[in-house]
Design a protein. Sequence first.
Length: 369
Amino acid sequence: MAYNSAEINEFRDIWVFCEQREGKLMNTDFELISEGRKLADERGAKLVGILLGGKGAADIAKELGGYGADKVIVCEDPALEVYTTDAYSDVICNVVMEKKPEVLLIGASNIGRDLGPRVAARLHTGLTADCTHLDIDMDKYVQFLRESSTINVDAVKFKMDDTNLKMTRPAFGGHLMATIICPRFRPCMSTVRPGVMKKAAFDQAKADACEIEMYQAELAQDRLRTKVVEVVKETRKMVDLIGADIVVSVGRGISKDVNKGIELAEQLAEALGGGVVGASRAVTDEGWMTSDHQVGQTGKTVHPRIYVSLGISGAIQHKAGMQDSELIIAVDVNDTAPIFEVADYGIVGDLFEVVPMMIDAVKAAREGK
């Protein structure tokens, strides 16, 4: 039967595009597979990963089963060893047109942000980019609105039998959250921001039970306009906020001495055990720190063991990116700052006076004094 994205009843199962680089799966793959497992259970569907790579890609596919995948479709070809837009979009579109998944999730990495729109356009379906929350079950979606929005959900009539994927993402620079559905076409496609979905615990029994399907990729050489001659890695070291165990973030409160404020944050992060320094959007907008340090809806979502907020008032956009941290410590001169609503420990005071005392106290505790 010919592919028609409007024949929505022909589409089944939840799919996740699983990105590999140099034969290694990305952490975002495990986050999306974990989230996809929840959606598949809500829909009563199978969860399928799709993995593209060079020879040996199948060797790493079973790991995805450990996080919830029922099956992984593997496409191996020398042209797929390193990502190129032409080859990857060709193969994924061919597989989707043949097997017709209801949902296709892609990590919002540099690769995912390039791949997602091209695939969606060729499949004649919609794409919601940079999502931070996903639901299928309406009861769970309403509960999400109750907990995370100012909407009076009791005054709203919802269509409770709606089984569309509800894709929530920041809009208007993070000042609003929008939920988008694609009711007329399939698959429902979404790129999902790294770090926002929680990775499930690995289960070896599920990994062993995961089905691997080898798919013969048919790559028309005349359609491959790009050839990778050499991969040169960037020399500038990027801060790894998402994988950090300890994050110390600075906000507009450092404005009276920016360099000193950042230096204090670095010293506190080091004293706590080698943490990294993050920043609010205000700090990156001012150019005081680069955008790879930004925490929040329009930056990175983090879940560290310890999160320290220095001079950050706590706008909802920032809190959305860090409120699930295990332990939150906030320092701000304003005792009514919203950051204290999510903090486990709050200190009202000037960070330039408080942080040196925190550093001394941490060092003394580590030295057993």
